[in-house]
Design a protein around this ligand. Structure first.
Ligand SMILES: Cc1cc2nc3c(=O)[nH]c(=O)nc-3n(C[C@H](O)[C@H](O)[C@H](O)COP(=O)(O)O)c2cc1C
Length: 179
């Protein structure tokens, strides 16, 4: 059983990307645990504070460092990833590098039809930067468009094709974790 963390890429209480991670928590409970990590508690990164990070930053980085893998659920804000997610990644790029050589899966949900394709492209580029150095699952882009219609009242995924594609991407990620 893998023990994974899922980074919620927005600070919005009604986040569909949090809902996506929660749906994954339930759907794959027999294959991995998924502990959600919120980006909202993290202060705005400043080099002035990088040698004295507070408890929120230390706990966030420690959870990543000790996890078997990381799933990042990114919304798309103005054709890129939300600032709170970029901020969290900046905290993971200085002094301590908890994502270095960590195997990461990227998923994303958006209200529009493009399903975070631009945000995910930016996110993958950032994860590949020297300060972060993550190993991002290649070739599997789980893009959930029209996300407002993708969850039922219990928060489970409504569309069989979406569920099947997510199953494939998750199976590929678990293989990636094993090798
Ligand atoms: C500031 C802002 C910018 C947005 N820009 C985009 C965008 O570029 N592309 C897109 O598909 N949706 C965009 N949206 C709509 C998001 O897809 C929608 O808010 C979605 O629910 C975000 O994910 P979340 O629910 O996890 O926060 C934007 C929303 C906000 C608040």
């Amino acid at each position: 059983m893998f023990h994974l963390v899922g980074i919620v890429g927005n600070n919005y209480s009604g986040s569909l990307n949090r809902a996506l991670l929660q749906a994954m928590q339930r759907r794959y409970a027999d294959q991995f645990t998924l502990t959600l990590l919120e980006t909202k508690p993290l202060p705005l990164f400043s080099q002035d504070d990088e040698t004295t990070p507070g408890q929120a930053v230390r706990a966030f980085r420690a959870a990543i460092a000790t996890a078997d893998g990381v799933i990042i659920a990114t919304p798309e804000h103005n054709h890129s990833l939300p600032a709170v997610l970029k901020n969290a990644l900046d905290w993971c790029s200085r002094i301590e590098h908890p994502l270095e050589d960590k195997r990461v899966m990227v998923v994303g949900a958006s209200l529009g039809p493009m399903g975070t394709v631009r945000a995910q492209a930016h996110l993958r580029q950032i994860l590949d930067s020297p300060g972060i150095g993550a190993l991002t699952l290649p070739g599997n882009e789980f893009l959930m468009g029209l996300a407002g219609k993708q969850f039922d009242a219990q928060g489970n995924l409504t569309d069989p094709a979406t569920r099947a594609f997510l199953d494939t991407c998750v199976a590929n990620y678990l293989d990636f974790l094993r090798h």
